[in-house]
Design a protein around this ligand. Structure first.
Ligand SMILES: O=C(O)CC[C@@H](O)C(=O)O
Ligand SMILES: [Zn+2]
Length: 485
């Protein structure tokens, strides 16, 4: 895939306010230690390091000179203990598909790649609990499970390269959260290595466990700032035997909302996704990826997925729903996909928007939770506000979860566009009681905006927890929460 061809600016130049914290620099003695510890898995070649220093969007760039590829928890523990003793900063990295600059170094942090920690440890056929190492690729896990009649409870566009450990560290949401809930519910347990090398084993597979604080929740969504998640236990649903996807055209956003209500009424328990995209986001996948829109042009599109255990029952329900939606004029056109290849091509129109947008030039990304009735008003206001200064303003996302992806593009990075967008978008979101990061996390790019969504007291407690677990601050520094000074 060809993305923004321009060399991204060094990460620390963003807003020009970052200075390197006084961590040690990697010495020859350190290299000798790591080479003895994990022979053949110590990467120092500049070319090999390039793609690990740059984020997927090509918007931030660090300068790490060292990448380590441990294979197991013990190696991670030895690495972190050594780094902590030596005051060397580290950045854990999974598939490096994050969208907020959380998985690339800012300066010369040592990158700890989880790519070789990709083994399934166990799978329980009866309960559906999967235990695996953190570096398993989401799609590979799904394929493994499909062979056993199960699926992963989460699905996202980056599934072909993202790692489950990274998904959990960022508390990724994705396309099926509406049905299977967030990772905060489906993750049953995890193992994490603390910065001082302590292995914290919370890797149980119980549905219910009310003994003390639920420590795993601290690591879910902590973006590698408290420790490195090395293994996980996750509850997987049965693979549905019947899956249908419908793509519908809609004249207005208020109709989109009414379709959602109708959908919950008539599809109920078989609804597995309710996604929306506006015309501009449909245009972008058609223009850059040459995908075919099977429907007439409409201001909005809705993608509905049903997943159930009886094809006939699901089809009946879907037909009743579609007839009602068409008769009442809530939708103006529609197509249903039941076979695998058509399902895939319909999903591609929604799933590949991120990839298509990157072909436009520079992309300004906002991943927001907003009460659904107000959700699209922000896109409209942003469009009016930016006028012709932006190349494109698109709105799409997980409507069923109240999650808007507002994306703006321009030929190249523009400071005046950023000034028009920020703090406008954040203030608007806070005024409407939303969250400035619904599912992508805060990473490097959004950490200083945390106060739009969290109280000073809450941030302070986060800083205290960080200090407690990582007194030297070596774990993914400059990310997620503002430093306590
Ligand atoms: O690129 C984005 O803004 C959203 C990416 C992803 O969360 C999606 O839902 O497609
Ligand atoms: Zn999303």
């Amino acid at each position: 895939m060809s993305l923004n061809p321009v060399q991204p600016p060094p990460t620390q130049d963003h807003k020009g306010i970052f200075t390197r914290l006084p961590f040690s620099e990697v010495t020859d003695k350190d290299l000798t230690f790591f080479k003895d510890l994990i022979p053949g898995r110590v990467v120092t070649d500049e070319d090999d390091l390039k793609s690990h220093n740059i984020d997927w969007l090509r918007t931030v760039r660090g300068h790490s000179k060292l990448l380590l590829r441990p294979k197991n928890t013990e190696e991670v523990s030895n690495i972190l203990k050594y780094c902590n003793d030596r005051n060397l900063a580290v950045t854990p990295q999974g598939g490096n598909t994050g969208l907020v600059g959380g998985s690339v170094p800012v300066f010369d942090e040592i990158i700890i790649s989880t790519a070789l920690m990709d083994k399934v440890i166990s799978f329980d056929q009866v309960s559906g609990s999967l235990v695996c190492q953190c570096g398993c690729i989401l799609e590979s896990l799904n394929q493994y499970l499909e062979g056993q009649g199960y699926i992963m409870p989460l699905d996202l566009g980056a599934k072909g390269s993202c790692h489950i450990g990274g998904n959990i560290a960022t508390n990724a949401g994705g396309l099926r959260l509406l049905r299977y809930g967030s990772l905060r519910g489906t993750v049953l347990g995890l193992e994490a290595v603390l910065p001082n090398g302590t292995v914290l084993n919370c890797l149980n597979s119980l549905r219910k466990d009310n003994t003390g604080y639920d420590l795993k929740q601290l690591f879910i969504g902590s973006e590698g700032t408290l420790g490195l998640i090395t293994a996980i236990s996750i509850l997987c649903p049965r693979k549905p035997s019947s899956v249908n996807v419908a793509l519908l055209g809609c004249e207005s956003f208020s109709k989109v909302l009414q379709v959602f209500t109708l959908c919950r009424d008539l599809l109920g328990e078989i609804l597995s996704a309710f996604e929306f995209q506006d015309l501009e986001s449909m245009n972008v996948v058609q223009t850059h990826l040459k995908l075919m829109n099977p429907l007439q042009e409409s201001p909005f599109y809705i993608l509905i997925e049903t997943a159930g255990s009886s094809a006939q029952h699901d089809e009946e329900k879907l037909n009743v729903f579609l007839a009602k939606a068409l008769e009442s004029g809530l939708v103006n056109s529609g197509t249903v996909a039941t076979d695998q290849s058509k399902i895939k091509s319909v999903w591609a129109l929604r799933e590949r928007i991120t990839e298509a947008l990157a072909h436009d030039g520079y992309v300004y990304k906002y991943d927001l939770s907003i009460p659904v009735e107000k959700l699209y008003a922000l896109v409209e206001e942003t469009r009016v506000r930016l006028g012709r200064t932006a190349k494109r303003v698109v709105g799409y996302g997980h409507l069923g979860d109240g999650n808007l992806h507002l994306n703006i593009t321009s030929e190249s990075h523009s400071k005046s566009l950023v000034a028009a967008l920020e703090p406008f978008v954040y203030e608007w979101t806070a005024q409407h009681c939303g969250s400035i990061s619904a599912e992508h996390g805060l990473g490097f790019k959004k950490r200083n905006h945390i106060y739009y969504s969290k109280s000073p007291e809450a941030v302070q407690l986060m800083q205290i927890l960080k200090k407690l677990l990582d007194p030297k601050g070596i774990m993914n520094p400059y990310k997620t929460i503002p430093s306590s000074g």
